[in-house]
Design a protein. Structure first.
Length: 275
């Protein structure tokens, strides 16, 4: 290689190597700081694109879990209310059967009637309070429960509305039903039996719907966890490896600085030729 004061090929080569080591060191430091080996599209465009799609799916499943959680709470309220109404109907049947006894004195029948009326009115109170997040599945309205189960929002689980108001589709007992006479008590026994059968059928439907929601929640959580792990496998940095690379690259950078310094001093040796 010719000696020249105009062109120092060794210094240029050393500078290129030093720049490469410095750039590599910056990349390693970025991976350590972010914990990501693919933090942007310029790191790996294909992998970044795949990871972004998976992140979108993951956010979709987060929305699914939120929707299912709200729906489970609403269904649980309706289920608890329907169970309480079923219990009240059982007590009402006891009162009505007792009041239908021809050998019962009027004072006792009056007391039974008062108890019956109090139990009857509790049904109205329970129905009115069986609301969660603005949804009441057992009043006289038309609310139904719809929970999304897929990240695109297309797949859903629906729990239908059930009218458990007095005189409604499932509780045939009227808001003024009484057992003050033997005839009224006998009629009430039939109405209570019919209402109890209907409410128990509602409980079965609510229970099945609630069970479905619970299963969908478990499934959504498993899918979300799998997607999150998949994203990590694609973009997360191996910090143990990066730590080792950091030390190695720092050594190369230091040696590069020394090599550049030596190369830059090489033209000084030309002066010896003219000494």
């Amino acid at each position: 290689m010719a000696f020249s004061v105009n062109t120092n090929a060794s210094a240029l080569s050393a500078l290129q190597n030093l720049n490469h080591s410095t750039m590599e060191l910056e990349q390693i430091q970025t991976r350590i700081n972010t914990g990501l080996k693919v933090a942007s599209a310029k790191d790996n465009a294909a992998v970044y694109s795949i990871a972004q799609k998976l992140r979108g799916d993951l956010r979709g499943y987060n929305a699914v879990k939120q929707s299912i959680d709200r729906s489970i709470s609403t269904a649980d309220i309706a289920l608890a209310a329907a169970s309480s109404i079923s219990d009240l109907l059982i007590e009402m049947k006891e009162k009505a059967v007792a009041a239908a006894d021809a050998g019962l004195d009027s004072e006792s029948r009056t007391a039974l009637s008062q108890d019956f009326n109090a139990l009857r009115d509790q049904i109205t109170t329970i129905v009115a309070n069986a609301e969660f997040n603005g949804t009441n599945l057992i009043d006289s309205g038309t609310d139904e429960l719809v929970a999304i189960t897929s990240p695109d929002g297309q797949q859903k689980v629906t729990i239908a509305h059930e009218n458990l108001t007095l005189g409604g589709a499932n509780v045939v007992i009227s808001a003024t039903q009484s057992i003050t006479t033997i005839t009224d008590a006998t009629a009430a026994v039939t109405d209570v039996d019919d209402s109890l059968a209907n409410v128990n059928a509602v409980l079965t439907r609510f229970g099945a719907g609630s069970k479905t929601l619970e299963s969908q929640k478990v499934f959504a959580e498993k899918i979300a966890d799998t997607i999150e792990v998949g994203i990590g496998n694609l973009v997360d940095a191996d910090l143990a490896r990066e730590s080792a690379n950091l030390q190695s690259t720092q050594v190369k950078q230091n040696l590069g600085v020394q090599a550049l310094s030596i190369a830059n001093s090489a033209p000084q040796s030309i002066l010896n030729l003219f000494g």
